[in-house]
Design a protein around this ligand. Structure first.
Ligand SMILES: Cc1cc2nc3c(=O)[nH]c(=O)nc-3n(C[C@H](O)[C@H](O)[C@H](O)COP(=O)(O)OP(=O)(O)OC[C@H]3O[C@@H](n4cnc5c(N)ncnc54)[C@H](O)[C@@H]3O)c2cc1C
Length: 496
Protein backbone atom coordinates (compact mmCIF):
# COMPACT_ATOMS: atom_id res chain seq x y z
CA UNK A 1 0.00 0.00 0.00
CA UNK A 2 1.53 3.33 -0.94
CA UNK A 3 -1.22 5.63 0.24
CA UNK A 4 -0.62 7.74 3.38
CA UNK A 5 -2.29 6.61 6.58
CA UNK A 6 -4.95 9.22 7.23
CA UNK A 7 -7.18 7.11 9.39
CA UNK A 8 -6.40 4.36 11.94
CA UNK A 9 -9.22 2.07 13.02
CA UNK A 10 -8.82 0.17 16.29
CA UNK A 11 -11.10 -2.85 16.55
CA UNK A 12 -11.74 -3.66 20.22
CA UNK A 13 -11.88 -1.65 23.44
CA UNK A 14 -10.24 -3.85 26.07
CA UNK A 15 -6.97 -2.89 27.75
CA UNK A 16 -5.21 -3.34 24.40
CA UNK A 17 -7.63 -1.14 22.45
CA UNK A 18 -7.58 1.76 24.88
CA UNK A 19 -3.83 1.65 25.50
CA UNK A 20 -3.34 1.74 21.73
CA UNK A 21 -5.82 4.58 21.26
CA UNK A 22 -4.25 6.69 24.03
CA UNK A 23 -0.69 6.32 22.80
CA UNK A 24 -1.47 6.73 19.11
CA UNK A 25 -3.46 9.89 19.81
CA UNK A 26 -0.54 11.26 21.81
CA UNK A 27 2.02 10.61 19.06
CA UNK A 28 0.26 11.02 15.72
CA UNK A 29 -0.56 14.44 14.25
CA UNK A 30 -4.12 15.68 14.90
CA UNK A 31 -4.86 15.30 11.19
CA UNK A 32 -4.66 11.49 11.52
CA UNK A 33 -8.13 10.32 12.54
CA UNK A 34 -8.31 7.55 15.17
CA UNK A 35 -11.55 5.66 15.60
CA UNK A 36 -12.12 2.77 18.03
CA UNK A 37 -15.02 0.39 17.70
CA UNK A 38 -16.11 -1.95 20.47
CA UNK A 39 -19.14 -3.94 21.43
CA UNK A 40 -20.48 -3.85 24.98
CA UNK A 41 -22.47 -6.93 24.05
CA UNK A 42 -19.23 -8.91 23.68
CA UNK A 43 -17.41 -7.22 26.54
CA UNK A 44 -13.77 -7.61 27.50
CA UNK A 45 -11.80 -10.46 29.05
CA UNK A 46 -11.78 -8.56 32.35
CA UNK A 47 -8.87 -10.27 34.10
CA UNK A 48 -5.28 -9.16 34.37
CA UNK A 49 -4.09 -7.41 37.43
CA UNK A 50 -0.32 -7.59 37.66
CA UNK A 51 2.18 -5.62 35.61
CA UNK A 52 5.93 -5.08 35.29
CA UNK A 53 7.90 -1.81 35.74
CA UNK A 54 7.88 -0.46 32.14
CA UNK A 55 4.16 0.33 32.63
CA UNK A 56 5.41 3.43 34.44
CA UNK A 57 7.03 4.65 31.24
CA UNK A 58 3.72 4.27 29.44
CA UNK A 59 1.80 6.05 32.20
CA UNK A 60 4.28 8.92 32.29
CA UNK A 61 4.37 9.26 28.52
CA UNK A 62 0.58 9.65 28.26
CA UNK A 63 0.64 12.08 31.25
CA UNK A 64 -1.54 9.92 33.41
CA UNK A 65 -2.37 11.45 36.79
CA UNK A 66 -0.71 9.02 39.22
CA UNK A 67 -2.96 9.72 42.23
CA UNK A 68 -6.17 9.46 40.20
CA UNK A 69 -4.89 6.32 38.50
CA UNK A 70 -4.06 4.63 41.83
CA UNK A 71 -7.44 5.60 43.28
CA UNK A 72 -9.62 4.71 40.34
CA UNK A 73 -8.03 1.38 39.43
CA UNK A 74 -7.64 0.25 43.09
CA UNK A 75 -3.94 -0.06 42.42
CA UNK A 76 -1.25 -1.30 44.78
CA UNK A 77 2.52 -1.49 44.41
CA UNK A 78 4.28 -4.58 43.09
CA UNK A 79 7.97 -5.13 43.84
CA UNK A 80 8.20 -8.83 43.09
CA UNK A 81 6.53 -12.17 42.60
CA UNK A 82 6.86 -14.61 45.47
CA UNK A 83 7.05 -18.13 44.04
CA UNK A 84 5.86 -20.70 46.54
CA UNK A 85 6.17 -24.50 46.15
CA UNK A 86 7.65 -24.15 42.67
CA UNK A 87 10.99 -25.81 43.20
CA UNK A 88 9.51 -28.24 45.72
CA UNK A 89 6.68 -28.15 48.26
CA UNK A 90 7.36 -25.78 51.15
CA UNK A 91 10.07 -23.91 49.22
CA UNK A 92 9.79 -20.20 48.39
CA UNK A 93 11.76 -17.55 46.52
CA UNK A 94 11.20 -14.08 45.12
CA UNK A 95 11.64 -12.88 41.57
CA UNK A 96 12.05 -9.19 42.32
CA UNK A 97 12.24 -6.17 40.05
CA UNK A 98 15.60 -5.29 41.58
CA UNK A 99 18.98 -6.88 41.33
CA UNK A 100 20.87 -8.57 44.13
CA UNK A 101 24.10 -6.86 45.09
CA UNK A 102 25.90 -4.13 43.21
CA UNK A 103 28.24 -3.71 40.28
CA UNK A 104 31.65 -4.62 41.60
CA UNK A 105 34.49 -5.09 39.16
CA UNK A 106 34.12 -6.90 35.86
CA UNK A 107 31.72 -9.72 36.64
CA UNK A 108 28.10 -9.87 37.81
CA UNK A 109 27.33 -9.93 41.52
CA UNK A 110 26.25 -13.59 41.39
CA UNK A 111 29.90 -14.53 40.86
CA UNK A 112 30.96 -12.67 44.02
CA UNK A 113 28.14 -14.27 45.92
CA UNK A 114 29.26 -17.70 44.68
CA UNK A 115 32.79 -16.99 45.86
CA UNK A 116 31.34 -15.93 49.22
CA UNK A 117 29.40 -19.19 49.45
CA UNK A 118 32.55 -21.17 48.76
CA UNK A 119 34.18 -19.26 51.62
CA UNK A 120 31.28 -20.01 53.94
CA UNK A 121 29.52 -16.60 53.94
CA UNK A 122 25.97 -17.12 55.14
CA UNK A 123 23.67 -14.54 53.54
CA UNK A 124 21.51 -15.81 50.70
CA UNK A 125 21.59 -14.05 47.34
CA UNK A 126 18.28 -12.38 48.25
CA UNK A 127 19.75 -10.94 51.46
CA UNK A 128 21.56 -8.54 49.12
CA UNK A 129 18.34 -7.43 47.37
CA UNK A 130 16.57 -4.36 48.73
CA UNK A 131 13.35 -5.41 46.99
CA UNK A 132 13.29 -8.71 48.83
CA UNK A 133 13.87 -6.94 52.15
CA UNK A 134 11.06 -4.45 51.44
CA UNK A 135 8.68 -7.28 50.44
CA UNK A 136 9.40 -9.26 53.59
CA UNK A 137 8.68 -6.19 55.72
CA UNK A 138 5.68 -4.98 53.64
CA UNK A 139 7.34 -1.64 52.92
CA UNK A 140 7.50 0.78 50.01
CA UNK A 141 8.24 4.40 49.17
CA UNK A 142 9.50 6.32 46.19
CA UNK A 143 13.11 7.16 46.97
CA UNK A 144 14.70 10.14 45.34
CA UNK A 145 18.19 8.83 44.66
CA UNK A 146 20.64 8.40 41.83
CA UNK A 147 22.44 5.58 43.65
CA UNK A 148 21.39 2.37 41.84
CA UNK A 149 21.97 0.34 45.00
CA UNK A 150 19.17 2.29 46.70
CA UNK A 151 16.68 2.37 43.83
CA UNK A 152 13.37 0.52 43.99
CA UNK A 153 11.96 -0.63 40.65
CA UNK A 154 8.24 -1.18 40.90
CA UNK A 155 5.08 -1.89 38.96
CA UNK A 156 1.41 -2.03 39.91
CA UNK A 157 -1.37 -4.44 40.63
CA UNK A 158 -4.60 -2.92 39.35
CA UNK A 159 -8.01 -3.73 37.95
CA UNK A 160 -7.20 -3.78 34.23
CA UNK A 161 -10.80 -3.20 33.14
CA UNK A 162 -10.83 0.01 35.22
CA UNK A 163 -7.43 0.93 33.77
CA UNK A 164 -8.95 0.57 30.28
CA UNK A 165 -11.84 2.83 31.27
CA UNK A 166 -9.43 5.36 32.77
CA UNK A 167 -7.52 5.48 29.49
CA UNK A 168 -10.76 5.62 27.52
CA UNK A 169 -11.67 8.92 29.20
CA UNK A 170 -8.22 10.32 28.42
CA UNK A 171 -8.31 9.11 24.80
CA UNK A 172 -11.80 10.45 24.13
CA UNK A 173 -10.89 13.81 25.63
CA UNK A 174 -7.88 13.89 23.32
CA UNK A 175 -10.06 13.31 20.26
CA UNK A 176 -10.31 9.55 19.71
CA UNK A 177 -13.71 8.70 18.24
CA UNK A 178 -15.45 5.76 19.93
CA UNK A 179 -18.15 3.83 18.12
CA UNK A 180 -20.32 1.28 19.84
CA UNK A 181 -21.24 -1.62 17.61
CA UNK A 182 -20.77 -5.24 16.71
CA UNK A 183 -18.43 -5.90 13.79
CA UNK A 184 -20.27 -8.30 11.53
CA UNK A 185 -18.11 -8.29 8.46
CA UNK A 186 -14.54 -7.39 7.63
CA UNK A 187 -14.34 -5.81 4.16
CA UNK A 188 -11.28 -6.50 2.00
CA UNK A 189 -9.89 -5.16 -1.26
CA UNK A 190 -10.53 -7.83 -3.87
CA UNK A 191 -7.11 -7.23 -5.42
CA UNK A 192 -4.51 -7.08 -2.63
CA UNK A 193 -6.62 -8.44 0.24
CA UNK A 194 -5.99 -5.35 2.40
CA UNK A 195 -8.77 -4.50 4.81
CA UNK A 196 -10.82 -1.54 3.65
CA UNK A 197 -13.48 -1.34 6.33
CA UNK A 198 -15.53 -2.91 9.10
CA UNK A 199 -19.23 -3.42 8.62
CA UNK A 200 -21.22 -3.19 11.85
CA UNK A 201 -24.53 -4.79 12.74
CA UNK A 202 -27.20 -2.42 11.43
CA UNK A 203 -25.19 -1.55 8.35
CA UNK A 204 -22.83 1.23 9.56
CA UNK A 205 -19.42 1.01 7.89
CA UNK A 206 -16.09 2.21 9.29
CA UNK A 207 -13.41 2.70 6.68
CA UNK A 208 -9.72 3.21 7.33
CA UNK A 209 -6.15 2.89 6.06
CA UNK A 210 -4.50 1.00 8.93
CA UNK A 211 -6.34 -1.39 11.25
CA UNK A 212 -5.23 -2.43 14.73
CA UNK A 213 -6.77 -5.73 15.77
CA UNK A 214 -7.49 -5.55 19.51
CA UNK A 215 -10.43 -7.96 19.39
CA UNK A 216 -8.92 -10.31 21.95
CA UNK A 217 -8.40 -14.04 21.59
CA UNK A 218 -10.73 -14.30 18.59
CA UNK A 219 -8.34 -12.23 16.41
CA UNK A 220 -11.22 -11.13 14.21
CA UNK A 221 -9.12 -9.26 11.67
CA UNK A 222 -5.67 -10.85 11.74
CA UNK A 223 -6.69 -14.49 12.02
CA UNK A 224 -10.33 -14.78 10.98
CA UNK A 225 -10.27 -12.30 8.07
CA UNK A 226 -6.64 -12.44 6.92
CA UNK A 227 -6.11 -16.09 7.79
CA UNK A 228 -2.80 -15.69 9.64
CA UNK A 229 -2.10 -18.94 11.48
CA UNK A 230 -1.61 -19.47 15.18
CA UNK A 231 1.59 -21.10 16.41
CA UNK A 232 0.67 -23.45 19.23
CA UNK A 233 3.06 -23.71 22.21
CA UNK A 234 1.04 -26.10 24.35
CA UNK A 235 3.73 -28.80 24.08
CA UNK A 236 5.82 -26.66 26.45
CA UNK A 237 3.11 -24.78 28.29
CA UNK A 238 0.12 -27.13 28.54
CA UNK A 239 -2.10 -24.88 30.71
CA UNK A 240 -5.27 -24.04 28.79
CA UNK A 241 -7.66 -22.93 31.53
CA UNK A 242 -7.98 -20.46 34.34
CA UNK A 243 -10.55 -20.00 37.06
CA UNK A 244 -10.65 -16.50 38.52
CA UNK A 245 -12.39 -15.37 41.71
CA UNK A 246 -12.17 -12.22 43.85
CA UNK A 247 -11.93 -12.50 47.62
CA UNK A 248 -11.88 -10.11 50.56
CA UNK A 249 -8.73 -8.09 51.02
CA UNK A 250 -6.20 -8.68 53.75
CA UNK A 251 -5.73 -6.20 56.55
CA UNK A 252 -2.22 -5.42 55.29
CA UNK A 253 -1.55 -5.16 51.58
CA UNK A 254 1.51 -7.07 50.42
CA UNK A 255 3.71 -5.23 47.86
CA UNK A 256 4.08 -8.37 45.76
CA UNK A 257 2.14 -11.00 43.80
CA UNK A 258 1.99 -14.53 45.15
CA UNK A 259 2.30 -17.44 42.76
CA UNK A 260 1.56 -20.68 44.57
CA UNK A 261 2.26 -23.95 42.77
CA UNK A 262 -0.14 -26.82 43.42
CA UNK A 263 -0.06 -30.52 42.60
CA UNK A 264 -1.26 -29.49 39.14
CA UNK A 265 -0.87 -25.89 37.97
CA UNK A 266 -0.57 -22.78 40.10
CA UNK A 267 -2.60 -20.08 41.79
CA UNK A 268 -2.16 -16.30 41.76
CA UNK A 269 -3.01 -14.03 44.66
CA UNK A 270 -2.96 -10.35 43.83
CA UNK A 271 -3.72 -7.65 46.39
CA UNK A 272 -5.77 -4.66 45.27
CA UNK A 273 -6.97 -1.95 47.65
CA UNK A 274 -10.59 -3.19 47.73
CA UNK A 275 -10.18 -6.97 47.23
CA UNK A 276 -7.76 -9.74 46.36
CA UNK A 277 -7.67 -11.25 42.89
CA UNK A 278 -7.20 -15.04 42.82
CA UNK A 279 -7.00 -17.52 40.03
CA UNK A 280 -5.94 -21.05 39.27
CA UNK A 281 -4.08 -21.77 36.04
CA UNK A 282 -4.17 -25.43 34.97
CA UNK A 283 -4.20 -27.84 32.08
CA UNK A 284 -7.41 -29.71 31.31
CA UNK A 285 -5.20 -32.67 30.37
CA UNK A 286 -4.26 -33.09 34.02
CA UNK A 287 -7.16 -31.60 36.01
CA UNK A 288 -10.90 -31.38 35.41
CA UNK A 289 -12.86 -28.21 36.12
CA UNK A 290 -14.57 -29.52 39.26
CA UNK A 291 -11.28 -30.49 40.89
CA UNK A 292 -9.78 -27.19 39.77
CA UNK A 293 -12.64 -25.30 41.36
CA UNK A 294 -12.17 -27.20 44.63
CA UNK A 295 -8.42 -26.60 44.56
CA UNK A 296 -8.89 -22.88 44.05
CA UNK A 297 -11.59 -22.42 46.67
CA UNK A 298 -9.80 -24.60 49.27
CA UNK A 299 -6.72 -22.44 48.90
CA UNK A 300 -8.35 -19.02 49.31
CA UNK A 301 -7.26 -17.38 52.53
CA UNK A 302 -10.08 -14.83 52.65
CA UNK A 303 -13.82 -15.08 51.91
CA UNK A 304 -14.78 -15.41 48.22
CA UNK A 305 -16.78 -12.47 46.91
CA UNK A 306 -18.18 -14.23 43.84
CA UNK A 307 -18.36 -17.54 42.03
CA UNK A 308 -15.23 -18.56 40.08
CA UNK A 309 -15.25 -17.69 36.39
CA UNK A 310 -13.64 -19.99 33.84
CA UNK A 311 -11.48 -18.64 31.05
CA UNK A 312 -10.19 -21.03 28.38
CA UNK A 313 -7.10 -20.07 26.38
CA UNK A 314 -4.51 -21.31 23.92
CA UNK A 315 -0.84 -20.64 24.48
CA UNK A 316 1.09 -19.45 21.48
CA UNK A 317 1.36 -16.57 19.09
CA UNK A 318 -0.12 -15.25 15.89
CA UNK A 319 2.60 -16.01 13.37
CA UNK A 320 2.67 -12.60 11.71
CA UNK A 321 1.55 -9.91 14.08
CA UNK A 322 1.58 -7.37 11.27
CA UNK A 323 0.08 -8.59 8.01
CA UNK A 324 -1.02 -6.40 5.06
CA UNK A 325 -2.57 -3.32 6.78
CA UNK A 326 -3.47 -5.05 10.07
CA UNK A 327 -1.40 -5.02 13.26
CA UNK A 328 -2.47 -7.36 16.07
CA UNK A 329 -2.04 -5.98 19.57
CA UNK A 330 -3.10 -7.63 22.84
CA UNK A 331 -4.62 -11.08 23.03
CA UNK A 332 -5.17 -11.18 19.26
CA UNK A 333 -1.36 -11.30 18.90
CA UNK A 334 -0.96 -14.32 21.16
CA UNK A 335 -1.18 -15.43 24.75
CA UNK A 336 1.23 -16.55 27.43
CA UNK A 337 -0.10 -17.52 30.83
CA UNK A 338 0.10 -14.74 33.44
CA UNK A 339 2.94 -16.34 35.46
CA UNK A 340 5.27 -13.38 34.87
CA UNK A 341 2.55 -10.73 34.24
CA UNK A 342 3.70 -10.05 30.70
CA UNK A 343 0.50 -9.60 28.63
CA UNK A 344 -0.11 -5.93 29.36
CA UNK A 345 3.58 -5.31 28.79
CA UNK A 346 3.33 -7.03 25.39
CA UNK A 347 0.53 -4.62 24.52
CA UNK A 348 2.78 -1.71 25.45
CA UNK A 349 5.78 -2.96 23.52
CA UNK A 350 3.59 -3.77 20.50
CA UNK A 351 2.30 -0.19 20.41
CA UNK A 352 5.77 1.30 20.89
CA UNK A 353 7.12 -0.91 18.09
CA UNK A 354 4.25 0.16 15.84
CA UNK A 355 4.92 3.81 16.64
CA UNK A 356 8.61 3.41 15.79
CA UNK A 357 7.74 1.78 12.47
CA UNK A 358 4.57 3.73 11.74
CA UNK A 359 4.01 4.10 7.99
CA UNK A 360 4.03 7.61 6.61
CA UNK A 361 3.54 7.36 2.85
CA UNK A 362 2.55 3.72 2.64
CA UNK A 363 3.32 0.41 4.29
CA UNK A 364 6.80 -0.82 3.48
CA UNK A 365 7.32 -4.62 3.54
CA UNK A 366 10.74 -4.11 5.16
CA UNK A 367 9.13 -2.50 8.20
CA UNK A 368 6.50 -5.23 8.41
CA UNK A 369 9.24 -7.85 8.35
CA UNK A 370 11.22 -6.08 11.06
CA UNK A 371 8.13 -5.66 13.22
CA UNK A 372 7.33 -9.35 12.92
CA UNK A 373 10.90 -10.46 13.60
CA UNK A 374 11.16 -8.34 16.76
CA UNK A 375 7.81 -9.41 18.16
CA UNK A 376 8.59 -13.06 17.44
CA UNK A 377 11.80 -12.85 19.45
CA UNK A 378 10.11 -10.96 22.27
CA UNK A 379 7.34 -13.55 22.58
CA UNK A 380 9.82 -16.43 22.39
CA UNK A 381 12.11 -15.10 25.12
CA UNK A 382 9.14 -14.67 27.47
CA UNK A 383 7.93 -18.15 26.55
CA UNK A 384 11.33 -19.59 27.44
CA UNK A 385 11.43 -17.71 30.74
CA UNK A 386 8.04 -19.15 31.70
CA UNK A 387 9.04 -22.68 30.65
CA UNK A 388 12.09 -22.37 32.93
CA UNK A 389 9.82 -22.11 36.02
CA UNK A 390 8.02 -25.31 35.14
CA UNK A 391 10.88 -27.37 33.77
CA UNK A 392 13.46 -26.94 36.52
CA UNK A 393 11.59 -28.46 39.43
CA UNK A 394 12.20 -31.12 42.04
CA UNK A 395 8.54 -31.96 42.72
CA UNK A 396 7.57 -35.58 42.67
CA UNK A 397 3.96 -35.38 43.81
CA UNK A 398 2.25 -35.63 40.41
CA UNK A 399 2.59 -36.72 36.83
CA UNK A 400 2.23 -33.08 35.86
CA UNK A 401 5.51 -31.94 37.50
CA UNK A 402 7.36 -35.06 36.37
CA UNK A 403 6.23 -34.42 32.78
CA UNK A 404 7.32 -30.80 33.01
CA UNK A 405 10.76 -31.91 34.15
CA UNK A 406 11.09 -34.54 31.44
CA UNK A 407 9.90 -32.43 28.49
CA UNK A 408 12.23 -31.36 25.73
CA UNK A 409 12.72 -27.60 25.96
CA UNK A 410 13.66 -25.04 23.26
CA UNK A 411 17.38 -25.09 22.39
CA UNK A 412 18.02 -21.51 23.42
CA UNK A 413 16.63 -22.14 26.90
CA UNK A 414 18.67 -25.32 27.13
CA UNK A 415 21.81 -23.29 26.36
CA UNK A 416 20.94 -20.66 28.96
CA UNK A 417 20.46 -23.30 31.65
CA UNK A 418 23.69 -25.06 30.66
CA UNK A 419 25.74 -21.83 30.74
CA UNK A 420 24.37 -20.80 34.13
CA UNK A 421 24.80 -24.28 35.62
CA UNK A 422 28.41 -24.40 34.45
CA UNK A 423 29.70 -21.04 35.67
CA UNK A 424 26.88 -18.63 36.62
CA UNK A 425 26.94 -16.93 33.20
CA UNK A 426 23.82 -15.25 31.81
CA UNK A 427 23.43 -14.23 28.17
CA UNK A 428 20.73 -11.87 27.06
CA UNK A 429 18.78 -11.71 23.83
CA UNK A 430 18.16 -8.25 22.41
CA UNK A 431 14.38 -8.40 22.70
CA UNK A 432 14.36 -10.12 26.09
CA UNK A 433 12.42 -7.97 28.55
CA UNK A 434 13.89 -9.87 31.49
CA UNK A 435 17.31 -8.72 32.57
CA UNK A 436 20.15 -10.85 33.98
CA UNK A 437 18.91 -10.45 37.55
CA UNK A 438 15.52 -11.95 36.64
CA UNK A 439 17.09 -15.01 35.06
CA UNK A 440 19.50 -15.39 37.98
CA UNK A 441 16.81 -15.19 40.67
CA UNK A 442 14.52 -17.64 38.90
CA UNK A 443 17.29 -20.08 37.97
CA UNK A 444 18.65 -20.08 41.51
CA UNK A 445 15.15 -20.03 42.99
CA UNK A 446 14.27 -23.14 41.01
CA UNK A 447 17.39 -24.81 42.34
CA UNK A 448 20.18 -24.37 39.77
CA UNK A 449 23.43 -23.82 41.62
CA UNK A 450 26.36 -22.95 39.29
CA UNK A 451 29.30 -25.32 39.57
CA UNK A 452 31.85 -22.52 39.15
CA UNK A 453 32.14 -18.73 38.95
CA UNK A 454 34.06 -16.15 36.94
CA UNK A 455 37.79 -15.93 37.86
CA UNK A 456 37.62 -12.14 38.25
CA UNK A 457 35.52 -12.68 41.41
CA UNK A 458 38.76 -13.92 42.99
CA UNK A 459 40.59 -10.66 42.20
CA UNK A 460 40.20 -9.11 45.67
CA UNK A 461 42.27 -10.51 48.53
CA UNK A 462 40.09 -12.39 51.02
CA UNK A 463 39.94 -9.73 53.76
CA UNK A 464 39.07 -6.99 51.27
CA UNK A 465 36.48 -9.26 49.63
CA UNK A 466 34.73 -9.92 52.96
CA UNK A 467 34.69 -6.18 53.65
CA UNK A 468 33.20 -5.45 50.21
CA UNK A 469 30.43 -8.03 50.71
CA UNK A 470 29.65 -6.51 54.12
CA UNK A 471 29.49 -3.02 52.60
CA UNK A 472 26.99 -4.17 49.95
CA UNK A 473 24.97 -6.00 52.61
CA UNK A 474 24.76 -2.83 54.72
CA UNK A 475 24.12 -0.51 51.75
CA UNK A 476 21.10 -2.56 50.71
CA UNK A 477 19.57 -2.06 54.17
CA UNK A 478 20.23 1.64 54.38
CA UNK A 479 17.06 2.83 52.54
CA UNK A 480 14.75 0.64 54.67
CA UNK A 481 14.34 3.39 57.27
CA UNK A 482 13.03 5.70 54.52
CA UNK A 483 10.28 3.28 53.48
CA UNK A 484 6.70 3.29 54.74
CA UNK A 485 4.23 0.50 55.38
CA UNK A 486 2.75 -0.18 51.95
CA UNK A 487 -0.83 0.81 53.00
CA UNK A 488 0.44 4.07 54.46
CA UNK A 489 2.23 4.89 51.21
CA UNK A 490 -0.92 4.18 49.16
CA UNK A 491 -3.01 6.35 51.44
CA UNK A 492 -0.50 9.16 51.28
CA UNK A 493 -0.30 9.13 47.48
CA UNK A 494 -3.87 8.39 46.46
CA UNK A 495 -5.70 9.86 49.44
CA UNK A 496 -7.81 6.69 49.90
C1 LIG B 1 -6.56 -15.79 33.24
C2 LIG B 1 -5.86 -14.58 32.76
C3 LIG B 1 -5.12 -13.80 33.66
C4 LIG B 1 -4.42 -12.69 33.20
N1 LIG B 1 -3.64 -11.98 34.08
C5 LIG B 1 -2.85 -11.00 33.60
C6 LIG B 1 -1.96 -10.30 34.44
O1 LIG B 1 -1.89 -10.53 35.65
N2 LIG B 1 -1.18 -9.35 33.89
C7 LIG B 1 -1.21 -9.04 32.56
O2 LIG B 1 -0.43 -8.21 32.10
N3 LIG B 1 -2.10 -9.63 31.76
C8 LIG B 1 -2.90 -10.61 32.23
N4 LIG B 1 -3.79 -11.22 31.40
C9 LIG B 1 -3.95 -10.74 30.03
C10 LIG B 1 -4.83 -9.50 30.01
O3 LIG B 1 -6.08 -9.78 30.56
C11 LIG B 1 -5.00 -9.04 28.56
O4 LIG B 1 -3.75 -8.93 27.97
C12 LIG B 1 -5.65 -7.70 28.48
O5 LIG B 1 -6.83 -7.69 29.18
C13 LIG B 1 -5.89 -7.30 27.04
O6 LIG B 1 -6.97 -7.93 26.49
P1 LIG B 1 -7.43 -7.43 25.05
O7 LIG B 1 -7.76 -6.00 25.12
O8 LIG B 1 -6.46 -7.88 24.05
O9 LIG B 1 -8.77 -8.30 24.79
P2 LIG B 1 -10.24 -8.20 25.39
O10 LIG B 1 -10.24 -7.68 26.78
O11 LIG B 1 -10.87 -9.53 25.16
O12 LIG B 1 -10.96 -7.11 24.49
C14 LIG B 1 -11.47 -7.42 23.22
C15 LIG B 1 -12.29 -6.26 22.70
O13 LIG B 1 -12.70 -6.56 21.38
C16 LIG B 1 -14.07 -6.27 21.24
N5 LIG B 1 -14.63 -7.13 20.20
C17 LIG B 1 -14.37 -8.42 19.96
N6 LIG B 1 -15.12 -8.86 18.91
C18 LIG B 1 -15.83 -7.81 18.47
C19 LIG B 1 -16.81 -7.61 17.45
N7 LIG B 1 -17.19 -8.60 16.66
N8 LIG B 1 -17.34 -6.39 17.32
C20 LIG B 1 -16.97 -5.37 18.12
N9 LIG B 1 -16.07 -5.48 19.10
C21 LIG B 1 -15.53 -6.69 19.28
C22 LIG B 1 -14.66 -6.54 22.63
O14 LIG B 1 -15.88 -5.87 22.79
C23 LIG B 1 -13.56 -5.96 23.50
O15 LIG B 1 -13.75 -4.58 23.63
C24 LIG B 1 -4.51 -12.32 31.84
C25 LIG B 1 -5.30 -13.06 30.96
C26 LIG B 1 -5.96 -14.18 31.41
C27 LIG B 1 -6.77 -14.97 30.44
Amino acid sequence: MDKPVQKVVIAGGGTAGWMTATLLRKVLPPTTVIELVESEQIGIIGVGEATIPPIQIFNRFVNLDQAAFLRETHATIKLAIRFENWRREGDCYYHTFGAPGANVGFCGFQHHWLRGQAMGLEPSLWDYDLHYLACEQGLFNTIDTTNPVHQLQYAYHFDSSLYGQFLRRMAEQAGVVRTEGMIEQVLQDSGNGFITGLQLKGGHRIEGDLFVDCTGMRGLLIRQALGVTFEDWSRWLPADSALAVPSERHEHTAPYTRSIAHRVGWQWRIPLTHRNGNGLVYSSRYLDDDDARRMLMDNLDTKALDEPRKIAFRTGRTQQQWHKNVVAIGLSSGFLEPLESTSIHLIQSGIVRLMKMFPNHGIDPAMVELYNAESKEEFETIRDFIILHYHVNERDDSEFWRDMRAMEIPDRLQQKIAAFSACGAVFNEQQDIFRDASWIEVMMGQGIMPRDYHPSADALPEARFREMMQQVFRAKREPLSRLLPHDQFLKQVSGV
